[in-house]
Design a protein around this ligand. Structure first.
Ligand code: HEM
Ligand code: HEM
Length: 221
């Protein structure tokens, strides 16, 4: 008998797929540049709002979306790699996948952060570029347009590669749970809270994050 467990609450799923759409848009608009740069900025502010939301949701969100559920000590990751994982590891992000998720979140923050200080020396200038020296703008732009961009593309390729690996080699399809939220597990496990109140709270948190970003951009004006 299997047990149906809600793993990814609706806010986490919307966060994920909205993030995917924004990143595809950001890489495309960044590469094309020109008239699309205002859209690059708008999408960048959307990603910043999403990331701020995800950080807060990592503390108050559903059981398996919380950082406490997937930030593991190195010893735990090693035990998992040696085949001595715990039953809990088959529910949310496993200890190895968690590393890739945290790296993506960290480098996305660095990408947005450096973008705010970047300048393409044509028409597009991040809102905070005028607050720092030309040398700092140069460093931020170099990181944003070269190093950070490549690191992110590699991390996303590894992420999608790992999902394909789990599908092909381990016969585990991780994608449906990121679509409808549920996994069928051998053992009973705690479901993530995903009721109307939790979703309304997520909406409120996201609205506050987006408002903070909009206010910050206006302030930098
Ligand atoms: C720009 C591309 C992508 C980015 C930046 C990205 C980012 C992320 C992040 C940050 C998470 C963690 C979710 C959370 O806990 O909030 C995640 C999980 C996940 N992503 Fe993606 N993702 C991308 C593309 C994709 C694609 C194309 C697929 C489907 C093939 C996918 C499937 C998944 C799945 C199944 C998980 C859950 C993994 C698990 O069970 O541990 N992602 N992704
Ligand atoms: C995760 C979010 C972001 C991603 C993935 C991203 C990605 C990119 C990419 C791929 C480029 C083209 C680099 C090249 O020339 O090859 C670019 C350029 C640029 N981005 Fe972003 N970006 C993000 C966020 C932002 C934000 C929030 C801002 C500012 C508000 C910003 C401002 C710029 C500027 C000014 C350039 C032109 C730099 C230049 O070509 O010299 N970006 N970005």
């Amino acid at each position: 008998m299997t047990h149906k467990i809600r793993v990814w609450d609706l806010p986490t799923r919307i966060f994920h797929w909205a993030l995917v759409l924004c990143i595809v848009g950001l890489v495309s608009t960044g590469q094309i540049g020109g008239d699309l740069m205002p859209w690059h900025f708008r999408l960048g502010y959307s990603v910043l709002s999403l990331l701020l939301f995800r950080i807060v949701w990592g503390f108050i969100g559903g059981r398996w979306s919380r950082f406490a559920a997937f930030v593991h000590r190195p010893a735990m990751v090693l035990a998992y790699l040696r085949g001595r994982g715990q039953a809990e590891h088959s529910v949310g992000h496993n200890p190895l996948g968690a590393g890739s998720v945290l790296a993506m979140l960290l480098f996305l923050l660095a990408q947005v952060g450096s973008g705010l200080f970047s300048d393409d020396e044509i028409a597009a200038s991040g809102p905070l570029a005028k607050l720092v020296s030309n040398a700092s703008v140069g460093l931020a732009t170099n990181y944003h347009a070269h190093i950070g961009k490549i690191v992110l593309i590699v991390l996303v390729l590894l992420h999608v590669g790992a999902i394909v690996f789990y599908r092909v080699k381990k016969q585990q399809n991780l994608v449906p749970a990121m679509l409808h939220g549920d996994k069928e597990l051998e053992q009973p496990m705690e479901s993530a809270r995903d009721d109307l109140a939790a979703r309304a709270l997520a909406l409120l948190v996201f609205a506050l994050c987006a408002a903070a970003v909009a206010w910050g951009v206006q302030w930098a004006g």
